[in-house]
Design a protein around this ligand. Structure first.
Ligand code: CMP
Length: 139
C-alpha cells in the first residue's frame, strides 16, 4: 500500500550537518520526498507530537532537546514507506542500532538525559496521518 510517513531530522542531525546524508539515504532507497521544511518547533507543537509519551520521565528533556535547534521535517512517500523508513532508521538506541542503518552508522550515545538518535519516523498509519496533519496542515 502506498503510504506517507513523517520523518524528522532531529536537532542533533541538523547541527551535525547530516540532513543531506539522511535525505540521500531516503532517496537512494527509492522513496519520494513530498515535502521538506527546516523549522524551529515550538513547545506546543512538540507536546502534541509526543502526546503518546505524556507522563514519561524523558518527555521534558525530549521536548527541550527537540526545541534546541531547527529540525528538518520531511514527508516521505512510497509503498510500505512507514515500515521502510523505520528499517532505514534502525533501533532507538544508536549504540545497538545495526550498522547500515542511519542510527547505527551515524549515531552514538553521548551520555545525555535523552537519547539523541538523529531521526524520527512515524510508527503506524494512524500516527503518520496525525503527525503529517500536525506538521504540514496544508498537505
Ligand atoms: P524516538 O523513538 O524517535 O521518539 C521518542 C524519543 O524519546 C526517542 O526517539 C528517544 O530520543 C527518546 N527516548 C526514548 N526512550 C528513552 C529513554 N529510555 N531514555 C531517554 N530517551 C529516550
Amino acid at each position: 500500500v502506498q503510504q506517507r510517513t513523517l520523518v524528522l531530522v532531529k536537532p542533533d542531525g541538523v547541527r551535525r550537518s547530516l540532513a543531506g546524508e539522511i535525505l540521500r539515504r531516503i532517496e537512494a532507497k527509492g522513496y519520494t520526498l513530498v515535502a521538506v521544511e527546516l523549522r524551529q518547533a515550538s513547545d506546543e507543537l512538540l507536546a502534541e507530537h509526543y502526546e503518546e509519551h505524556a507522563g514519561k520521565p524523558f518527555l521534558a528533556p525530549l521536548v527541550e532537546f527537540m526545541g534546541s535547534g531547527p529540525v528538518l521535517a520531511v514527508v516521505v512517500e512510497g509503498h510500505r514507506a512507514i515500515e521502510g523508513f523505520r528499517s532505514l532508521a534502525g533501533a532507538t538506541d544508536p549504540t545497538v542500532a545495526a550498522p547500515g542503518t542511519i542510527r547505527g552508522d551515524l549515531g552514538r550515545d553521548w551520555g545525555l538525559k535523552v537519547i539523541q538518535n538523529l531521526v524520527h519516523g512515524s510508527d503506524s498509519e494512524e500516527s503518520a496521518a496525525r503527525e503529517i496533519a500536525l506538521w504540514f496542515p496544508a498537505l
